[in-house]
Design a protein around this ligand. Structure first.
Ligand code: MG
Length: 401
């Protein structure tokens, strides 16, 4: 195929369940040859759409879609100022679509382009929770019976309203109130109970969601060490990265970090200094498959594994991209998994499924996933502002979520 050009870049917004998804379709001059990408920044979906439609799309139309590296670099610097969640997600939408096209051109699934499989399938971790240790254990037992081996256990609300009973002072603003000190009191007994009930052979995880003061984070990592977590997730905010050294110095609890990261300078010092065990970025947030592959290989050189962010605010196209990297790169750790609803499964034929504790991409060329545009149009996005990100301490202080 001597000549091949990008003909169009289309952005689709859809909301088949809670999260607003941003899906990108790149068409080419070859009839029927197109690719799909994930550009999902669910809280700012319209900004990403504008970045693609007005800037990234026009920049790449007419270019040869086979030159992925050059297009990625050009899209990143064409606006001079670079990085940031909106731009990175917009670039990711195109970047994933170009890898999808590359695989279709080669007649190979993407994982074959990156060296082939080095594992049969990728283990997933699933979310369990409850308002009491007994309820958390029951929820975990149900998943263990389904074959899942890695269980993230949260007491109460996912992002912190764990205990109820918070009475803010009069006049305090609305918000997602939480009590970080109560979390410290409750988490070690929770994992003590889970270990006694579930035994030693299940991998347990917990997500702190950056909702602790730094010294409290150090204390928690140390306090949970006896329960041998698979990892403790996002224990510090990106503004507090220097504190990881303190955690390393006092305990061997494995640390996973990074779902808020979008700049290489946030990630590479932690990897190079071996201050974390798992990097767990949101792939579209760092700019797509191209930087994710580089990051995975960088991490391998330093003994750090990867565990891509994978909740409902990653589109199934992004889930497929993660699954292809998961089976192709040696230093895979675990894949976060969120179960899709029926509308999502119908909208994205070929999306990877998790069964018996594992996910595996299919063997179709490219990312192996398609997108039903007509069905997507039946699930328009809402305009609601997120409320869970308005996190507040008991006295009403706004906390970074
Ligand atoms: Mg998380």
């Amino acid at each position: 195929m001597p000549s091949l050009k990008i003909e169009s870049v289309q952005t689709f917004l859809t909301q088949p369940r809670g999260a607003r998804l941003v899906v990108v379709k790149v068409t080419t001059s070859e009839p029927g040859l197109y690719g799909l990408g994930c550009a999902t920044f669910t809280q700012r979906h319209l900004a990403v759409q504008a970045a693609i439609d007005h800037h990234i799309g026009p920049f790449v139309v007419g270019l040869d879609p086979r030159n992925i590296e050059d297009i990625w670099q050009g899209a990143m610097v064409n606006g001079y100022w670079r990085n940031g969640p909106v731009l990175n997600n917009a670039i990711s939408g195109v970047d994933m679509a170009l890898w999808d096209i590359k695989g279709k051109l080669a007649g190979m699934p993407c994982y074959q382009l990156w060296g082939g499989k080095c594992r049969a399938a990728a283990a997933v971790y699933v979310h369990c929770g409850g308002t009491s240790p007994e309820a958390v254990a029951d929820d975990a037992r149900a998943r263990i019976e389904q074959g899942f081996t890695h269980i993230r256990c949260q007491l109460g609300g996912y992002v912190g309203v764990e205990t109820g009973g918070i009475v803010p002072p009069p006049g305090a603003p609305e918000g997602a109130y939480f009590d970080p000190r109560e979390r410290l009191r409750r988490l070690p007994p929770l994992f003590d109970y889970l270990r006694s009930e579930l035994g030693d052979h299940v991998e347990l995880l917990n997500d702190v969601h950056e909702r602790l003061a730094p010294t409290d984070a150090v204390w928690l990592a140390k306090a949970l060490e006896p329960y041998r977590l698979f990892f403790l997730e996002d224990i510090l905010a990106p503004e507090d990265l220097e504190w990881f050294e303190n955690i390393r110095n006092v305990c061997a609890t494995p640390i996973a970090m990074g779902e808020l990261f979008n700049h290489p300078r946030e990630i590479t010092p932690l990897v190079a200094r071996r201050l974390i065990d798992f990097v767990r970025v949101h792939i579209s947030q760092i700019g797509g498959i191209t930087p994710a592959l580089k990051l995975a290989h960088l991490c391998e050189a330093f003994g750090v594994r990867f565990a891509w962010h994978g909740p409902g605010d990653v589109s199934p196209v992004g889930v497929a991209a993660a699954a292809h990297i998961d089976v192709a790169c040696r230093n895979f750790g675990v894949q976060e998994w969120s179960f899709p609803n029926q509308a999502t499964t119908d909208m994205f034929p070929g999306m990877p499924e998790a069964s018996n504790g594992y996910v595996c991409p299919n063997d179709q060329p490219g990312l192996g996933i398609d997108f039903d545009e007509q069905l997507a149009a039946k699930f328009p996005c809402d305009r609601a502002n997120p409320t869970w990100t308005v996190a507040r301490l008991p006295d009403g202080t706004l906390w970074r979520p």
